[in-house]
Design a protein. Structure first.
Length: 146
């Protein structure tokens, strides 16, 4: 079992002491920096990894307390993932071979990174509703709303 870097009580105390005039979405980064300095995590070589772990733990705590919306955190995490993968990928597209491949009989929808199918979206919505103690949405109701 993974031992957390800081306890929930320490996170609660740090949030209460250091974030009175701060926007809620800025709290995880500020508290992570506070712990990086006070616990001397910054002397380690894996500073970025520890910082991400701290921010994730603090975000989880804020979601549990209801001070941070799950949808906001999920959107920020998706943006971060797109930013990281976008910088690391240097793929050269090969030249298309039109003469060797036959044209498909059915129109194929290209896979774009930001698209998501309705079933996956429904699962994500229901997970978020569970965190907020709300009833899950059924498939037919969801499609009617979208």
């Amino acid at each position: 079992m993974k031992k957390p870097l800081v306890t929930r009580n320490e996170i609660a105390e740090a949030i209460a002491l250091h974030t009175t005039c701060m926007l809620t979405r800025e709290i995880p980064g500020a508290i992570a920096n506070y712990f990086m300095i006070t616990r001397r995590f910054y002397t380690r070589t894996d500073k970025a990894v520890i910082n991400k772990l701290l921010i994730a733990e603090i975000r989880d705590y804020l979601i549990e307390q209801g001070r941070l919306r799950y949808a906001t955190v999920a959107a920020e995490m998706r943006k971060e993932a797109h930013r990281v993968t976008g910088k690391n990928l240097n793929i050269e597209k090969p030249a298309p071979v039109t003469s060797a491949t036959p044209t498909p009989a059915v129109n194929v929808i290209p896979n774009i990174g930001d698209t998501i199918d309705s079933q996956t979206l429904l699962k994500m919505v229901n997970e978020a509703r569970k965190l907020c103690s709300e009833k899950p949405v059924r498939n037919n109701d969801f499609i009617a709303r979208v």
